[in-house]
Write a protein that binds this ligand. Structure first.
Ligand SMILES: [Zn+2]
Length: 270
């Protein structure tokens, strides 16, 4: 089988991927506290694993894809108060992404999917996607890996609707992949249920750290996490990502529906 992980490819294999117009999946994540029971690598582990599983599905379905190494340095200032956290600011994050997109496009890759694994990177990924699309003139897509699978998460999880932080979903997925890194001696004691949704719309925005929302660094309830649920969630995420990669409309040229008399300024990617 064709090697789908950038780090395991030889240079000539990556030249072949570029010649195939493969989509590069660029996982981005964080190293940050995940409560008393999960390792700081949680987001980095899950962003890469969902990327590799998605790549296998795309390959099986005849698509072309390769997975870059994970950018583990994310925006985690809101977790610093709990320790165990390494963070960068937006400018640094953006410049890392810019340098990697530049490296990829210089060797012929034209389609890049940023697969984010960390809530604190979501706004930054959108902003970077906008700026890099305009600068490099390529179809650049970003997502946060569980979002395309959100409906399925509701069916698998019992105590949460969605991912939260170090709760039922993330604990289950780490149990499926690296059970030896999960301290399951008191999962019920780790629970920090959060009223409301992390994705809800607010009428205003004020930045606040996690210390304002959680006593122990957890948002959610890992009590009923299991490896079996984790496997199902990882496969749902892979399926959602694979659909994005194989969606030809998503990667096609932007529409231009301006009336003749209202046009006048060319689109950036013309
Ligand atoms: Zn996380």
């Amino acid at each position: 089988m064709q090697q789908l992980e950038w780090m395991k490819c030889k240079a000539h294999e990556l030249r072949a991927h570029a010649n195939d117009d493969a989509v590069v999946i660029l996982p981005v994540a964080s190293i940050e506290q995940h409560g008393p029971h999960l390792p700081t690598m949680t987001d980095t582990l899950l962003a890469y694993e969902t990327s590799v599983r998605a790549a296998r599905l795309v390959h099986q379905r005849g698509g072309k894809v390769v997975v870059a190494p994970t950018v583990w340095s994310g925006l985690s200032e809101h977790h610093v108060a709990f320790g165990g956290t390494l963070t960068v600011d937006y400018q640094t994050f953006y410049l890392i992404l810019r340098a990697l997109v530049d490296s990829m496009t210089r060797q012929g890759f034209r389609r890049i999917l940023i697969n984010n694994g960390h809530g604190g990177n979501m706004d930054a990924c959108k902003m970077a996607t906008q700026e890099l699309t305009l600068e490099f003139g390529i179809p650049l897509v970003s997502t946060t890996y569980p979002v395309p699978a959100m409906a399925g998460f509701k069916e698998v999880l019992e105590d949460q609707d969605f991912v939260m932080h170090a709760g039922e979903a993330e604990t289950s997925m780490v149990m499926a992949l690296r059970p030896e890194l999960v301290d399951d001696s008191n999962l019920a004691g780790c629970a920090n249920p959060y009223e409301g949704s992390l994705g809800e719309m607010h009428s205003s925005y004020r930045w606040q750290g996690f210390a304002a929302r959680t006593r122990n660094g957890v948002l959610g309830d890992p009590t009923r996490a299991s490896a079996e649920k984790g496997e199902r969630l990882l496969d749902l995420c892979a399926e959602g990502l694979a659909k994005l990669i194989l969606d030809t409309d998503l990667w096609g040229p932007s529409a231009d529906i301006r009336l003749d008399q209202t046009g006048g300024v060319p689109l950036k990617d013309d």
